[in-house]
Design a binder for this molecule. Structure first.
Ligand code: PMP
Length: 409
């Protein structure tokens, strides 16, 4: 067989999809597995959004669109992003893509040169595509650790220490996958302060979970974007989409806003998928412009499930879990649980939970190297029913109790 390129051979992946394949194979073989692996809402897409898609198909609106997206969606996304962030985004700054994910690659490829040693700083733990797209595009990945002691908000001093003259891009993600952590207004001010000393650095603000921020005694429930801070707007690529807010992961609609990069992203899309599916684009117009009560209700359900899962996880021997402020992920520290059952690390715990307890989760190493000194973590996506949460965490508690070694004397 002719050889593959080094790039193809070394291309990274999103391990959630790999574990999901393993879980699905187990389920097919008859095993009873409760899964907390995949980060997608478990609700159906609201009916009025479905209806808009059907109307688009019936109305003949199913051909190619301009690569940047239909004007109606660019305008709706501009209005929605402007409102949430308190800034004024024009429709021609917005580019629509097949999900938010492709823009990660487009952004890295648009601001770094292949093999030139250009550096991209991104959070660790973090969405694995940040690093894999750096490598695929010949940029140098520079991980920035997020620590439990800071509620997984990045440390501005650590950020400052990682910026060099070769730094081209900083990727921020708030609310954060996998920890559910938030960057508060104060955190973002401190980050902006650092960035003002480094004019050459673009910011990719991955804000796909921006409408999943929870109000409670620990948090105002307000979402803050770095793009709204003085001097940050021009250099910030805002990324958002329909997947998480409107239960539309499979419809593949994401959008970015940045004036300088909009024409560049448009050209990337012309070179790759041509345009996002027109049918989904019309559905997304309805999602953004139509009634928001179902999206609000889904967010409320996620908040109450968060409270449920955090309470249950904290009752599992050896688990410790702070309440995350957004997204739909819980990231308990399981260092002590690993020790109790003699598991070498979170990955061994994950495998044993899957095969011996029938519960599927992801391990911290699926999101980059473990942060030194922060112990072991696993990720739960609580976009699962209350019944699944109760049964799944119950199985874990039983498993840990059953397998706990006697304390050494
Ligand atoms: N960024 C982050 C942090 C995510 O978690 C995800 C989805 N898991 C995406 C981007 C991509 O979302 P989309 O479905 O819009 O491509």
């Amino acid at each position: 067989m002719p050889a593959l390129s080094k790039r193809a051979a070394s291309l990274g992946t999103e391990n959630a999809f790999v574990v999901l394949a393993e879980v699905n194979a187990l389920i097919r073989s008859g095993k009873d597995v409760i899964s907390f692996c995949i980060g997608q809402p478990d609700f159906p897409t609201p009916t009025h959004i479905q209806d808009a898609a059907v109307a688009a198909i019936r109305g003949g609106k199913h051909g190619y669109t301009p690569s940047a997206g239909i004007d109606e969606l660019r305008a709706a996304a501009a209005a929605s992003m402007s409102k949430l962030r308190g800034i004024d985004i024009a429709p021609d700054e917005v580019v629509v893509g097949a999900g938010a994910k492709p823009f990660i690659a487009y952004a890295i490829a648009s601001v770094t040169d292949y093999g030139a040693g250009d550096e991209v700083i991104f959070p660790v733990p973090g969405f694995p595509i940040y690093e894999s797209q750096c490598l695929a595009n010949g940029a140098v990945p520079v991980g920035l650790p997020l620590r439990e002691s800071r509620k997984f908000a990045l440390d501005p001093d650590e950020l400052a220490s990682r910026i060099t003259p070769k730094t081209r891009l900083l990727i921020l993600n708030t609310p954060h996958n996998p920890t559910g952590g938030l960057l508060t207004g104060q955190d973002l001010q401190a980050i902006a302060e650092v960035l003002r000393r480094h004019e050459q650095v673009w910011v990719y603000a991955d804000e796909i979970y921006s409408k999943l921020v929870y109000r409670d005694e620990n948090s105002s429930g307000e979402f803050t974007s770095i793009a709204a801070l003085p001097g940050m707007r021009e250099r910030t690529i805002i990324s958002d989409g329909a997947s998480k807010t409107y239960a539309m992961t499979g419809w593949r609609i994401g959008f970015t806003a940045n004036k300088a990069l909009a024409p560049v992203f448009t050209r990337w899309i012309t070179n790759t998928e041509s345009c996002a599916t027109q049918i989904s684009q019309w559905a997304a117009v309805q999602a953004l412009n139509g009634p928001q009560d179902e999206a609000d209700a889904m967010r409320e359900r996620f908040r109450s499930r968060r409270d449920l899962i955090v309470r249950l996880l904290n009752a599992v021997p050896g688990f410790r879990c702070a309440a995350p402020g957004g997204a739909f992920y819980a990231w308990p520290n399981v260092t002590e649980a690993c020790a109790r059952i003699g598991a070498a690390d979170s990955e061994e715990l994950r495998r044993r939970l899957l095969h011996e307890a029938g519960v599927a989760v992801l391990a911290d190493i699926h999101f980059g190297p473990r942060v030194q000194g922060d112990g072991q973590h696993i990720r739960f996506s609580y976009a699962a029913s209350e019944t699944a949460i109760e049964a799944g965490v119950g199985r874990i508690a039983d498993f840990i109790k059953r397998n706990s070694r006697k304390p050494q004397t």
